[in-house]
Design a protein around this ligand. Structure first.
Ligand code: ADE
Ligand code: ZN
Length: 330
């Protein structure tokens, strides 16, 4: 079996961040929106650092003007994921970009995304679930409106609540009210932490917000007692090595903490974050990890099971997907 065809489970993917630049350029042209400055001569997204990346990301999102655009985006993203062997994906969805957190609008966007997901299930055999995600630098007040959207649409498809955006903006505990609401509505909780801030931020996500998964969390490596605690408590890290290398947190895959964390018994998972921005795919992540750490099929199969275990979907879906992983074992 090739690395590309190995069945994969992805837990950390931003839907808008998975939009190919050509897709966004096409929409911009259709709608006469001038965002030429976010692309370089080769037609890729152009950004200088993480904070500039967030601006480029938000500019790209201005072309996603309605539910129909999200339908097309979801279908395109899932087709690409499935082509890379992904059988299950969880995507961050932000009501900020889907009708400005208006509940009625959000329901319409969500309906379109779910219709695309159903078509992708039929056409490409990939399953999608959504994690509603406030943007940290938009502040706690907007996060409350986002939490309301999440609570009102929690169910079979919207199964989680998270937080992304600028980790250096405000404190995680400022968002506790939103996370408590989400949890009371039965949503599972993850949080971006320990990407741009250090180990204390990972502790805050685990202890203040009660996150059972951490988005990134790589900077925990700066505190071995924390790495041990993460391993012991079974907190799952949604690691995105290619994203971290592209944004300059680590110089290359070999220097990425995923190898050491795996060796120390941390439940690591492999994810792409915003694949076209970082010139990556799930296949490339696997290839690079194979080269950097000599990881073989057995390691990747184990990691796919860890990811499926940690997935925010119902038990029947997990059983069906586990069968798919086991069938591929041969
Ligand atoms: N939104 C999209 N990608 C992100 C990342 N890597 N960190 C935080 N927020 C994000
Ligand atoms: Zn992310």
């Amino acid at each position: 079996m090739t690395i590309k065809s190995l069945p994969k489970v992805e837990l950390h993917l931003h839907l808008e961040g998975a939009a190919p630049p050509a897709f966004i350029r096409g929409l911009a042209k259709e709608k006469h929106i001038d965002i030429a400055g976010i692309f370089n001569e080769e037609g890729s997204y152009r950004f200088t650092d993480f904070w500039n990346f967030l601006k480029v990301y938000e500019a790209a999102c201005t072309t996603l003007t309605g539910p129909q655009e999200f339908y097309r985006l979801t279908l395109a993203v899932l087709e690409e994921s499935a082509a890379n062997g992904v059988i299950y994906s969880e995507t961050f969805l932000s009501p900020d970009f889907c009708g400005n957190r208006d509940l009625g609008a959000w329901r319409e966007y969500l309906h379109a995304i779910q219709e695309a997901a159903a078509k992708a299930q039929t056409d490409f055999g990939i399953t999608l679930r959504g994690i509603v995600t406030p943007i940290r630098h938009f502040g706690p007040e907007k996060a409350r409106e986002t939490a309301r959207c999440a609570v009102e649409t929690a169910g079979d498809f919207i199964t989680g609540f998270g937080i992304g955006g600028d980790e250096k903006s405000g404190e995680l505990k400022d968002f506790l009210w939103s996370f408590d609401c989400a949890r009371e509505a039965g949503l599972r909780v993850t949080a971006h932490a320990g990407e741009w801030k250090g180990p204390d931020e990972v502790r805050a996500a685990m202890n203040d917000l009660g996150a059972e998964r951490i988005g990134h969390g790589v900077r925990a490596i700066e505190d071995m007692a924390l790495v041990e605690e993460i391993a012991e408590r079974g907190v799952v890290l949604e690691l995105c090595p290619g994203s971290n290398v592209a944004l300059g947190i680590y110089p290359n895959f070999r220097k990425h903490p995923i190898g050491e964390m795996y060796d120390r018994g941390v439940k690591v998972t492999i994810n792409t974050d915003d694949p076209p921005f970082f010139h990556t795919t799930m296949t490339r992540e696997y290839d690079m990890l194979n080269r950097a750490f000599d990881w073989d099929e057995a390691v990747f199969r184990k990691i796919a099971r860890t990811a499926l275990d940690a997935a925010f979907c119902d038990a029947d879906t997990k059983t069906r997907l586990l069968n798919m992983l086991e069938q591929a074992d041969g």
